[in-house]
Design a protein around this ligand. Structure first.
Ligand code: FAD
Ligand code: NAP
Length: 337
């Protein structure tokens, strides 16, 4: 096992922030994970990294970074309708989605082109275009950093919510996810009602709907709208879409008739954070190399040499301004270190 000291994390986070880790180890199997954990001095901070596409480093990381590279895709069981597929935490998410589509296994196609690794997908119950992984999640395996044992979590154990799970809340920093199993379908149910998927399928001239066509449509929409982290540093949506009291929504709707809203749980309404941020005047805002993307106000960007503190400072200003203008409290989706 090679331990690297004082290395730059710039290649390991999609914001391209040049923070340093005190120690860095790549983990390609369960036994190297347990070995690495045993080497970490007590009280020394530990951070598990997948693709680094949902993190912002605001300072150097004064601890150990474990880069999860556990590989492998394995069919666990199948019946007439379903197939249960397990993937190692280090498998690239989009490659996994494409692999399943090629095999004809449905369920993940709407989640095409999300950066990062399989192991991080349950962390915030990744979602896009009307589908979340909780819809197809079967179980995950994780290593308990306290008990030093492997534990299996069911969907109920994970307490999935909107961009949430138990791993972002009460079990934060307590487990390393090593494998995730998905229950995919041999008889697809197509999700095309969301946003612009239907429109994109028409533009593509699709006459026979397939999971591949949906994946292609999602990829095309995303490529047209979102900055490519390989070109402009970013971590996708910086904030969650807030779910506000429906009475509050109706008051805002009276003032801003064009404000979109979607029914959420318990009499609440989900409002697109990007709309609020744009309306508050932040779209395309730039301060040095830190800024707000000019096509999608929900995405904060690093144009080159910005540091994490500068990006964080802009997020703070946006939150204050949205609160002042609309009375809506935004919550960061990106994990801050
Ligand atoms: P990382 O950034 O490496 O880690 C994220 C968090 O999870 C960190 O706290 C980390 O410590 C923890 N973690 C990672 N792996 C493990 C593990 N194995 N065990 C325990 N903890 C772990 N997200 C969506 O939900 N929907 C989208 O549509 C979407 N689109 C995006 C588009 C762009 C252009 C970008 C840059 C990001 C987008 N994201 C989206 C956010 C991000 O891609 C996802 O959250 C993704 O799952 C993060 O994976 P990762 O491997 O990069 O995680
Ligand atoms: P969009 O389609 O312009 O819609 C704006 C927001 O309105 C979305 O975030 C979405 O919330 C909500 N919305 C739109 N249509 C909806 C419907 N029919 N039912 C319920 N909610 C609806 O959004 P976008 O920014 O281009 O992103 C497209 C999809 O990719 C979204 O699902 C988004 O979450 C996902 N995405 C996520 C990230 C990330 O980093 N987390 C980055 C890029 C894109 P939802 O977010 O709940 O879908």
């Amino acid at each position: 096992m090679e331990i690297k000291y004082n290395i730059s994390l710039k290649p390991y986070n999609t914001f391209g922030i040049d923070a340093e880790a005190k120690a860095f180890v790549s983990i390609a199997a369960e036994d190297s994970l347990t070995e690495a954990v045993s080497l970490i001095p007590e009280k020394e901070p530990l951070l598990v990294l997948g693709g680094g596409s949902n993190v912002l480093f605001t300072r150097h990381f004064n601890g150990w970074v474990l880069k999860n590279e556990i590989p492998g895709i394995e069919v666990k069981k199948e019946n007439e309708n379903n197939i249960w597929v397990e993937a190692g935490a280090g498998v690239n998410w989009h490659q996994f989605v494409l692999y399943c589509i090629e095999k004809g296994w449905a369920g993940l196609e709407n989640l095409s082109l999300i950066p990062g690794c399989v192991g991080a997908s349950p962390m915030q119950n990744i979602g896009a275009y009307g589908v979340e992984i909780k819809d197809v999640f079967e179980y995950l395996e994780a290593y308990s950093l306290h008990e030093k044992t492997f534990v299996t979590f069911s969907a109920t154990d994970c307490k999935f919510g909107y961009r949430e799970s138990v791993f972002k809340k009460e079990l934060k920093n307590r487990f390393v996810i090593t494998r995730v199993c998905f229950r995919l379908s041999k008889k697809p149910f197509f999700h095309t009602t969301y946003g612009s998927i239907q429109q994109e399928l028409e533009t593509m001239g699709v006459t026979e709907l397939t999971i591949k066509a949906i994946s292609d449509a999602v990829i095309r929409i995303r490529q047209g709208k979102l900055p490519d982290p390989a070109v402009t540093g970013n971590a996708g949506s910086f904030f969650k879409n807030p779910e506000i009291d429906t009475n509050h929504y109706l008051e805002l709707k009276y003032r801003y008739p064009e404000l979109p809203g979607y029914p959420a749980s318990m009499g609440r309404t989900k409002v697109p954070a990007g709309w609020l941020i744009e309306k508050a005047g932040w779209k395309g805002y730039r301060e040095g190399d830190a800024g707000v993307h000019d096509r999608q106000a929900l995405v904060l960007v690093n144009y080159g040499q910005a540091n994490g503190e500068q990006i964080y400072a802009i997020s703070e200003k946006i939150m204050n301004s949205v609160l002042e203008k609309f009375g809506v409290e935004l919550e960061r989706e990106v994990n801050i270190y």
